[in-house]
Design a protein around this ligand. Structure first.
Ligand code: NCD
Ligand code: ZN
Length: 347
């Protein structure tokens, strides 16, 4: 059995860092293991312009622990009034690596998102021209559509028509959660990628709801049936270049999770790498872990792979990590997979 695994240092292709005291508290958790991350722009107010992204990047860099080489890869939050020229300039300067599409109302801080795709076509056409990827939160928000069906309906009614209309646009289906998402991503050609989270490889909807509601397992897109989780596991561990890690680590203080109307988001920055090693080992696919965490993402984004390594070691006894991290904004519960994890990252 493999006891020791050295990987090219991983990247996180979908991460929420927030701002202020929360940023300060959570950033070291990601910077400890990851070289780079695509930083989600759903702040309050959102990161809409190149100038806002530059200022946010400066705040992230200022919050980094001494000596950290972590690089934030910035994104812009797409709105119906986004200026294509501002996006092009932010891309040309090297600042911005993707633009994020949130359908209005789909998730945390998405009320300023897109209602009418026609209104953003000029921006998307410019992005297709310059090769800037669109990261998509792929859920419809129509009230008639059941929350468990939102991803599949989005693919049929929004994503597939968009990609027929603008086939050159590079698209990342963010945090896919269904068999339909896996199938569409597999057949999508070279302009399509898909991120998969750590928690969606572990959770199905029973984990969330059976025996009591577990607010720390509530995220968006919500965890689906077991067959969907198995499809995600097969995709992530396949080594196929289309699929790469985006943790969607999304910190909320416990008071905002453990309440009558709790926020969506699982916080996995602290323990993602040990959890993934366990998941891939359990599926007999440890050899495919590096492709998922360290190779496929850079290839899609056209960036070099990292030149440093990360070492994981398998221990005979189950490993532990802090149950919570204590930020100045309040405590944040670290994702608990509910099974023993024998892997740890070695310094
Ligand atoms: C994210 C957040 O809290 O910002 N929440 C989540 O459940 N994933 C938003 C998102 O990515 O949908
Ligand atoms: Zn997210």
């Amino acid at each position: 059995m493999t006891q020791d695994l050295t990987l090219i240092r991983p990247d996180d292709w979908h991460l929420h860092l927030r701002d202020g005291a929360m940023l300060q508290g959570v950033l070291p958790e990601t910077a400890r293991h990851f070289a780079r991350a695509i930083i989600m722009p759903n702040l309050v107010p959102p990161v809409v312009t190149g100038a806002q992204a530059a200022a946010y990047r400066d705040r992230i860099l200022a919050a980094l622990p001494e000596g950290s080489a972590f690089q934030p890869l910035m994104t812009l939050y797409l709105t119906e009034s986004t200026d294509p020229e501002d996006v092009a300039a932010a891309h040309a300067s090297g600042l911005v690596k993707a633009v994020k599409l949130y359908p209005a109302g789909a998730t945390t801080n998405s009320h300023g998102g897109v209602r009418d795709m026609d209104k953003v076509m000029p921006v998307l056409e410019k992005m297709a021209e310059i090769g800037l990827p669109l990261c998509v939160h792929g859920e419809v928000t129509t009230p008639e559509v059941d929350i468990f069906d939102r991803e599949a309906v989005f693919i049929d009614t929004v994503l597939a028509p968009l990609r027929r209309r603008l086939p050159e646009l590079r698209v990342v289906m963010e945090h896919i959660t269904t068999e339909e998402g896996v199938a569409y991503a597999r057949e999508g050609g070279d302009t399509l990628g898909a991120t998969i989270t750590t928690h969606h490889l572990i959770l199905n909807r029973n984990h969330l709801l059976v025996g009591g509601i577990r607010p720390h397992y509530y995220c968006l897109p919500v965890a689906k049936r077991e067959r969907h989780r198995l499809a995600l596991r097969a995709a992530a561990t396949s080594g196929t270049g289309r699929f790469f890690l985006g943790t969607d680590s999304a910190p909320h203080v416990d008071a905002a999770k453990e309440t009558g109307c709790g926020c969506a988001g699982c916080f996995t920055a602290t323990n993602t790498m040990p959890l993934l090693a366990q998941v891939f080992e359990d599926d007999g696919k440890l050899h495919a872990l590096e492709a998922f965490t360290s190779l496929n993402g850079p290839a899609f984004y056209g960036l070099p792979v990292n030149d440093t390594k990360l070492r994981l070691v398998r221990h005979d006894t189950p490993q532990t990590w802090p149950e919570k991290i204590y930020t100045e904004a309040g405590p944040v519960t670290v994702f608990n997979p509910g099974f023993p994890v024998h892997w740890a990252v070695e310094a």
